[in-house]
Design a binder for this molecule. Structure first.
Ligand code: ADP
Ligand code: MG
Length: 700
C-alpha cells in the first residue's frame, strides 16, 4: 500500500499526462499536443509518430509489453484488444515498435458488438480512433489508449463519439453566449462531471451459491432479513476493517491511474458503499468512471468479496445510483453555474441557469430515456430513489428569486426595487441550503446540478450526451434571440423572464417520494414513463430526432440504431432473468420444499402411529402452508414458462420489449412473492440459497 508521503509521487504515475508529455516530448511536439488537448487541433501524422514513440518508451520503462485501443461499445462496459509492441527483425530478433498510425487508428471487427442494425447496411469492420484529450495509461503491463469506436462509414458505435460531439455542440453555443456578455477571450466551454458511484459488497463464497447473483447481478428471490436499514446505522457508519482494506487498495490503484478518488463512505443500505472522485471534464470523468467500476470489481475478488453494481441487487433496501454532478466551465476556469458577485456575473449565471431549466423541461422525456434499463426500472420510484418523473429542485431562495423576476415583483419586502437583471446583484442565498432535498431527480447544489436518476451500472455518457445536447440547443436559441436584439439588457431580461414563465412547471421543491407528487406532476403535464419499453417508445419522437440531428450529435440512422440496441438489451436481460428464475424454482426451490414436505408428513405419520398423538401443530400447520405456497408458486412458474416460450411472442424488438415489460416482468414479481413466502417457513439448512441476512449482515 502506498505511504502517504509517496502519494504525490505515485499519483498519476501510470498516466501519460501533460506533465509527462512535457518531459518526454520535443518542445515543438509538446506544443502541438497542447493545441490538440485544449483547442481540439488535429495532430499531423509526423507529430503523432513522435508522440507514439515517446509514449512507447515511457510505457516500456514501466514494464508494458502490450498496447490496446480501449473503447466503450454499446454493451455498457469497455472493450480492449491487446497487441504486443514486438516486431521481428531480419536477424531473427525483435524490436519494440509503435507507430503513429497504430496510436491514432485501429481496426476492429464491429460485428461482435451491438450495432442496432448499422451492421446490416454497412461494413462489418469498424475502427477505433485515439481521443488525445483523455490520457493514455498503463494497467497490467499494457498501455491503454482511450479511443472512439466507429463503423467504417463513420457511424458511432460507442458512447464516447456522441459524448465528444455533444460537448463540442455545447461549447460552440456557450461561447456565442459568452461573447454577448463581452467575454472575448475564452474560446471553449467544457462540461464537467463528478460521478458518485454506489455499490454493494457481498462475500464471494455466498455469491457463488446464488445463481441469480451470478447470472443477473441481482437477487431474484430473498425474503426480508429481520433487520433492514430502518435503524439508519449504516450510513456514514464506521467502515469495517475488511471493507477498509478493499477501499484502500482501490484508492491505490485509482490514484496511480490518475483518478481523483476522493470520498469513500458507507451508504444507507447495509453492505452498501459509495466512491466519489473529484470532478473532471466530462469525457475524462466518463472514462474514469469505467475504470472505477472495473477496478472495484477486480479488487473485490482479490479480497474474497464481490462488488455488485446492479441498480437493485436486493429488494426492500435502497438501490444503487450514480449521481451525476454536472456543470460548465470555460477554458479560463469560470464555472458558468456559479452565481457571481456583480450584477453582470449574476445576469450571466441566470441565463445559463434558465437555459438548463428549459433544456430539462423540454427534453425531460429524453433524460428519462437516457437512464432507462431493466435494472433501473426496479430502482426508480422505489425505496429512496428518485421517481420516474423528471423535475428540478432549486431551493426556496433561488426559487423565490426566479418568481420575483418572472412576475416583475419584489423579491423581498425589504428590497425597495424590483429585480432587474444586469442592474441588481442577486440577493445572497446560502449554498448549504440548496442541497437539502435528496428526493429530487435534478437538483441545483450551489454551483452545479446533480442528476440522480442514473443507475449505478450505467455508462455516465448516456445521460451526459442528452444533458449537453439539450443545453446546447437551448443556448443556440438564446444566442439567436440575443444576437438579433437592439437592446441587449432589455432582451436579456425579457428572455430570462419568459423562459421562467414557460418552463417553471419542471420546478418542484417538494417531496419527490410523495404519492401526491405523481398526481400533481400529471396535472402539470410532466411525463411519467414507468418502464423502459414505455420510455424507449418515445426515443424517436420528432422533437428528439431534431435535437440530435440539428446539433450533429446523432444522425437519424444512429439514433434509430441506439433505440434498437437499448430495446434488444432490455429483452435479453429479461430473458436471462426469467430463465435463471425458472431454473432456480424448478431445480432448487420446489425440490427442496417437496422433500421437506415429505419429511414433515413422514414425521406426522410416524409420530401419530407410534406415539398416538392426535395433534402436531408445528408440523401440520407448516405442511399446510408449504402446500399452499408451493402450489401457488408452481402455478405461476408454469405460467411464466409458457409466457417465455410462447410461439405468439412478438418478434420485433419494440413489441418484444413491451411484451417482456407487460407480461414477463409482472409474472416474475408474482413468482417472487410466492417464493419469498416459502422461505421463512422452511428450515434454514434446507433452503438452497444464502439468505438476505447472510448476504447483507455478514461478519468479517
Ligand atoms: P453529495 O454526496 O453531498 O452529493 P459529494 O461531495 O459526495 O456530494 O459529491 C459531489 C460531487 O460533485 C463530487 O464528485 C464533486 O467533485 C462533484 N463536483 C463538484 N463541483 C463540480 C462541478 N463544478 N462540476 C461537476 N461536478 C462537480
Ligand atoms: Mg450526491
Amino acid at each position: 500500500m502506498t505511504e502517504a508521503k509517496n502519494l504525490t509521487e505515485t499519483f498519476g504515475s501510470m498516466v501519460f499526462d501533460e506533465a509527462t508529455m512535457k518531459s518526454k516530448l520535443p518542445k515543438e511536439t509538446f506544443r502541438m499536443m497542447q493545441a490538440s488537448l485544449h483547442y481540439g487541433k488535429r495532430l499531423d501524422p509526423e507529430t503523432a509518430s513522435v508522440v507514439a514513440n515517446a509514449m512507447k518508451d515511457w510505457a516500456i520503462e514501466r514494464g508494458a509489453t502490450h498496447y490496446t485501443h480501449w473503447f466503450q461499445p454499446m454493451t455498457g462496459i469497455t472493450a480492449e484488444k491487446h497487441d504486443s509492441f514486438i516486431s521481428p527483425t531480419s536477424d531473427g530478433k525483435i524490436i519494440m515498435e509503435f507507430s503513429g498510425k497504430e496510436l491514432t487508428k485501429g481496426e476492429s471487427d464491429a460485428s461482435s458488438f451491438p450495432s442496432g442494425g448499422l451492421r446490416a447496411t454497412f461494413e462489418a469492420r469498424g475502427y477505433t480512433a485515439w481521443d488525445p484529450t483523455s490520457f493514455a495509461f498503463i494497467r497490467d503491463n499494457t498501455l491503454y489508449i482511450p479511443t472512439a469506436f466507429c463503423s467504417f462509414g463513420g457511424e458511432a458505435l460507442d458512447q464516447k463519439t456522441p459524448l465528444l460531439r455533444s460537448m463540442e455542440a455545447l461549447s460552440k453555443q456557450a461561447v456565442r453566449v459568452l461573447r454577448l456578455f463581452g467575454n472575448t477571450t475564452d474560446t471553449t466551454v467544457k462540461t464537467t462531471v463528478g460521478c458518485e458511484q454506489e455499490y454493494f459488497i457481498v462475500p464471494l463464497d455466498l455469491y457463488e451459491k446464488r445463481p441469480d447473483l451470478r447470472f443477473c447481478g441481482r437477487t431474484l428471490v430473498g425474503a426480508k432479513a429481520p433487520k433492514g436499514q430502518e435503524m439508519d446505522d449504516h450510513y456514514f457508519g464506521t467502515i469495517r476493517p475488511h471493507i477498509k482494506a478493499f477501499m484502500a487498495e482501490i484508492d491505490d490503484e485509482l490514484w496511480k491511474l490518475g483518478v481523483l478518488a476522493k470520498t469513500e463512505h458507507n451508504e444507507a443500505a447495509p453492505a452498501q458503499h459509495e466512491l466519489a472522485p473529484i470532478f473532471a471534464t466530462t469525457n475524462i470523468a466518463c472514462d474514469h468512471n469505467q475504470l472505477i467500476m472495473d477496478v472495484m470489481q477486480k479488487v473485490a475478488r482479490k479480497h474474497g468479496l464481490v462488488c455488485l453494481l446492479h441498480e437493485k441487487p436486493f429488494y426492500g433496501v435502497n438501490g444503487s445510483g450514480k449521481h451525476n454532478n454536472w456543470s460548465m466551465t470555460t477554458n479560463s476556469g469560470i464555472n458558468l453555474l456559479e452565481p457571481g458577485e456583480t450584477p453582470h456575473d449574476n445576469a450571466q449565471f441566470l441565463l445559463f441557469l434558465v437555459a438548463v431549466i428549459k433544456a430539462v423541461d423540454k427534453y425531460q422525456d429524453m433524460l428519462r430515456i437516457s437512464v432507462a434499463s431493466a435494472g433501473n426500472d426496479h430502482r426508480l420510484g422505489a425505496h429512496e430513489a428518485p421517481p420516474f418523473i423528471v423535475s428540478m429542485f432549486l431551493g426556496d431562495e433561488l426559487t423565490a428569486i426566479l418568481e420575483a423576476i418572472e412576475t416583475d415583483s419584489l423579491y423581498d419586502a425589504r428590497d425597495r426595487e424590483m429585480m432587474r437583471i444586469g442592474v441588481h446583484v442577486l440577493p445572497k442565498f446560502p449554498k448549504d441550503t440548496t442541497d437539502r432535498n435528496r428526493t429530487s431527480p435534478f437538483a441545483f447544489t450551489g454551483n452545479k446540478f446533480e442528476f440522480r436518476m442514473l443507475g449505478s451500472s450505467a455508462s455516465p455518457a448516456s445521460c451526459n450526451i442528452v444533458i449537453n445536447t439539450a443545453v446546447a440547443q437551448v443556448l443556440k436559441e438564446f444566442a439567436d434571440v440575443l444576437e438579433a436584439a437592439d437592446d441587449f439588457g432589455t432582451a436579456l431580461h425579457d428572455l430570462i423572464r419568459d423562459t421562467i414563465k414557460e418552463h417553471k412547471r419542471i420546478l418542484f421543491n417538494g417531496n419527490g417520494y410523495d404519492e401526491s407528487w405523481i398526481h400533481e406532476a400529471a396535472e402539470r403535464g410532466l411525463s411519467n414513463y414507468r418502464t423502459t419499453p414505455e420510455a424507449l417508445s418515445h426515443y424517436l419522437d420528432e422533437k428528439n430526432i431534431r435535437l440530435f440531428v440539428d446539433n450533429k450529435v446523432f444522425s437519424e440512422t444512429e439514433l434509430a440504431a441506439r433505440k434498437e440496441i437499448n430495446e434488444e438489451n432490455y429483452c435479453k436481460v429479461i430473458n436471462i432473468e426469467a430463465q435463471t428464475f425458472i431454473n432456480m424454482v424448478r431445480r432448487d426451490i420446489l425440490p427442496a420444499v417437496s422433500s421437506y414436505k415429505k419429511t414433515l408428513s413422514d414425521t406426522i405419520r410416524d409420530t401419530k402411529s407410534v406415539a398416538c398423538w392426535d395433534a402436531l401443530p408445528y408440523e401440520e400447520e407448516t405442511l399446510a402452508l408449504l402446500n399452499k405456497y408451493s402450489a401457488a408458486a408452481f402455478h405461476t412458474l408454469r405460467t411464466l414458462e409458457n409466457a417465455v416460450s410462447s410461439p405468439d411472442k412478438p418478434k420485433k424488438n419494440g413489441a418484444l420489449a413491451a411484451y417482456c415489460g407487460e407480461i414477463i416482468v409482472p409474472l416474475m414479481a408474482e413468482l417472487r412473492c410466492e417464493v419469498d413466502a416459502l422461505e421463512p417457513v422452511m428450515p434454514r439448512e434446507v433452503w438452497p440459497y444464502p439468505a438476505y441476512g447472510d448476504l447483507l449482515f455478514y461478519t468479517k
